[in-house]
Design a protein around this ligand. Sequence first.
Ligand code: XMP
Length: 510
Amino acid sequence: MDKILVLDFGGQYNQLIARRVREMEVYAEIRSYNGVTMEDIVRSGYSGIIFTGGPNSVYDPESPHFDPAILDAGIPVLGICYGAQLITWMRKGTVRSAENSSEYGRTILYAKESVLFENIPAASICWMSHTDFISEPPHGFTVTATTDKCPCAAMASDDERIYAVQFHPEVTHTEYGRTILSNFIFNVCHCRRQWKMDDFIETSISRYRDELKDRKVLLALSGGVDSSVAAALLARAIGSDLTCVFVDHGLLRKNEADMVEQIFRNSFDLNFIRINAQKQFLDSLRGISEPEAKRKVIGEQFIRAFEEASSLIGKTDILAQGTIYPDVIESGQGASATIKSHHNVGGLPSIMSFEKIIEPLRNLFKDEVREVGIRLGLPAELVYRQPFPGPGLAIRVIGEVTEEKLALLREADAIFRAEIEACENREQFSQYFAVMTPIRTVGVMGDARTYGYTIALRCVTTDDFMTAEWTRLPYDLLERSASRIINEVKGISRVVYDITSKPPGTVEWE
Ligand code: XMP
């Protein structure tokens, strides 16, 4: 299969570059500049290499560099931002730093005729973010674009198939960014469109069918997108040799546990074990109100639940996990499989030892995982689920968790989610839920005084959950949600809306 290497020099958009390439149905993988050698690259047979941006200055000895011989390997290269300056440095051109030449944000790009700029107008908008700039291109390169401040916003050495752009074609603010990347991938690297999810599914199924023949595989199913899609894919490959263990800790949202069970029992030929551990989890949470202490108790209870499961299942050799590509990249190229296994399933007991761990989704981005899920027949409500924390509603009931508070929270949360999901532009809302506060306040309903709990509603908009903005929800949606919650959930007498962004707040309250 034709593939592109995204050689990562620490830029903030590296994953985005790989996703853009894959959107064009060409496989792209990200490797860190210090995790791969020139020989590895040549041996791997990439059709092209993209050098990413990075926060450094090329003349700083601490900044990431790479063997300049990579430019002589005959593989087409596109350098972006820092990557463009690195090419200049490798080939002995000049990069300079000047405050008055720095550009941030939307900038007009004046493009000349070049294979990279085919089908884009002579003037268009690009996205810049740099202080250093290429003041003198290396020998053999011609300037192919400029901006008002930047004498070399792009350069090319057509004979060698080496290209460089100072701006970021991968971000949507660059008007013709996709066209520029597509020109590089198809007109320079001559890649074929061979990365298709249907093929991925077929290849994975036949591969696992051979590789796992007569082996027993265990998968800890959380009901989240990744583990559900991994389960669906493996079920198609090995059927009832796959056992999915789903721990119902009683901290899931309204009807959630039943939905997960129904989907997996009815649509897939696999062994599904639901461990009903509500009582154990709730008993062990009694009297505990500190958030980290709750998380710890829940982690321990997960281990107990798996111990119980292991006595039901018997021996399994292989553990399957829903690790996805961003997890692999973020954990330093996937060196930490064991750490992830604990992270993903909330802890597996040490008595369960496995010969092997398989991660069928480890090369996929989240949007690709979702596409695979839909193609395998999982319902949209599961595949497009918003993130839900492992400790579940235990960290949304502030303070001590009781059955009564969980029940009130589940109802209020279901109403709020239903109201949001009926909203037209709900894709802008990244995560939304209700929080059960310990505050009781006085209210009046009909002629009677009430004294019930306060529910807080939370909705945030974010790309990566590292930072988040509180969402400016329409007033009528908030009003409808509050009025329905107070009228329909007996025991709630007040509803408030959280307008804290992250930072300084976090998304969850605990
Ligand atoms: P915070 O609250 O840290 O949340 O701003 C960021 C994202 O992470 C989720 N989250 C968790 N997920 N276990 C999880 O699996 C946890 O303990 C946990 N705490 C927060 C949160 O829902 C949000 O999407």
